[in-house]
Design a protein around this ligand. Structure first.
Ligand code: UDP
Ligand code: MG
Length: 320
């Protein structure tokens, strides 16, 4: 029978955790009851260096609830790294892992469908939002623009899919081979391949607490997504370079013609324009190149993406 692990990254989630544990335990018990998953299934809570009582709550749950397991990172490493840490830990114990947020925004009623698709032979199942009505107009607009932009840059991502997905152990094994430090999981997972499918769901409001993704983090995440997966910006620089060269030839011809006509002193405006224009283009290009150089820098350092401090998992040999 399938052993499933729910992997839930948590950063300062004390307000929502008790309810999350309650609902997920309920879900897991039902799945076990109908014989869909084995009793070895667990919910693995990854504490991403929370500053509140999140870890002590997880410790408490893991001592009283046999299905609750905990993994504590030594400090805050961000959602994507916490998720990776959880998946790479779960991989050793499970047949498939489902990643979801701690705030109950992802509809847990579709978990049955995830598991059905896995049992039908899918190695990766993507949770896709069927609508974005509950988002603010700003979030909806920026998110959709972003997906389109990514597509234009040739990045393969699943439209309206965040990190609510099922991955089988083979997919997780493949994921472990991706050694990059600037993690953007929703870009990596489609690269893995295997048979995959989609499950549609409505995303609800956060159950309690505040978003741990302020605008600043979101922009960094969006930029990471582009610069880790697309070299098109470099090609654009090349194209701008060609265009600027062509323009300068035209300027050159213009300058010679006006010199011959005896009106070369009137060139002040065009000179100042081109200085500003070229200065701007150069700065922009250097900025883009710099972003990539920065990436190379962090990739070659090969720093560990997470450091595990503790691991709490009930295993039958210990509890029975
Ligand atoms: N999260 C995390 N580390 C962080 C930020 C967020 O583990 O540094 C977790 C958070 O606890 C939640 C998930 O990532 O389970 C998604 O965060 P959130 O719900 O705040 O993002 P939003 O839904 O607002 O985009
Ligand atoms: Mg959320």
């Amino acid at each position: 029978m399938t052993t499933v692990y729910f992997v839930i990254p948590c950063y300062n989630e004390e307000e929502v955790l008790p309810e999350t544990v309650k609902r997920l335990t309920d879900k897991l018990e039902k799945l076990i009851h109908v014989g869909k998953v084995s009793t070895d299934s667990r919910m693995l809570f990854v504490d991403d260096g929370s500053k509140d009582k999140t870890w002590s709550l997880i410790e408490g749950f893991s001592s009283e609830n046999r299905y609750a397991a905990g993994l504590k990172l030594s400090r805050n490493r961000g959602h994507q790294n916490a998720l990776l840490a959880g998946l790479m830990t779960a991989r050793k114990y499970c047949d498939c892992a489902i990643s979801l947020d701690a705030d109950l925004q992802d509809d847990i009623n579709v978990i049955d469908q995830f598991i059905d698709k896995y049992n039908d032979g899918c190695e990766i199942v993507y949770g896709v939002r069927s609508s974005r009505e509950k988002d603010s107009a700003f979030k909806r607009g920026t998110a959709q623009g972003y997906y389109k932009f990514m597509k234009m840059l040739g990045v393969e991502i699943v439209y309206n899919h965040a990190d609510y997905r099922l991955m089988g152990s083979r997919a997780l094994e493949a994921l472990s081979e991706y050694k990059e430090v600037n993690l953007f999981l929703r870009g990596i997972v489609p690269l893995i391949g295997f048979r995959s499918d989609y499950v549609y769901y409505e995303r609800s409001e956060r159950f309690a607490g505040e978003s741990k993704y302020p605008l600043k983090k979101m922009i960094k995440f969006a930029v990471d997504g582009i610069t880790s997966f697309s070299v098109k910006p470099l090609k654009i620089i090349f194209n701008i370079g060609i265009i600027v060269c062509l323009l300068s030839i035209i300027f050159f011809i213009y300058a010679i013609v006006s010199f011959a006509a005896g009106s070369s002193a009137a060139g002040w405006a065009s000179t100042i324009c081109s200085i500003w224009f070229l200065g701007g283009v150069q700065m922009l290009c250097i900025g883009i190149v710099g972003t990539y150089v920065g990436k190379i820098y962090s990739e070659v350092k090969r720093r560990p993406r997470f450091t595990v401090e503790k691991l709490l998992i009930h295993q039958d040999s210990e509890t029975e």
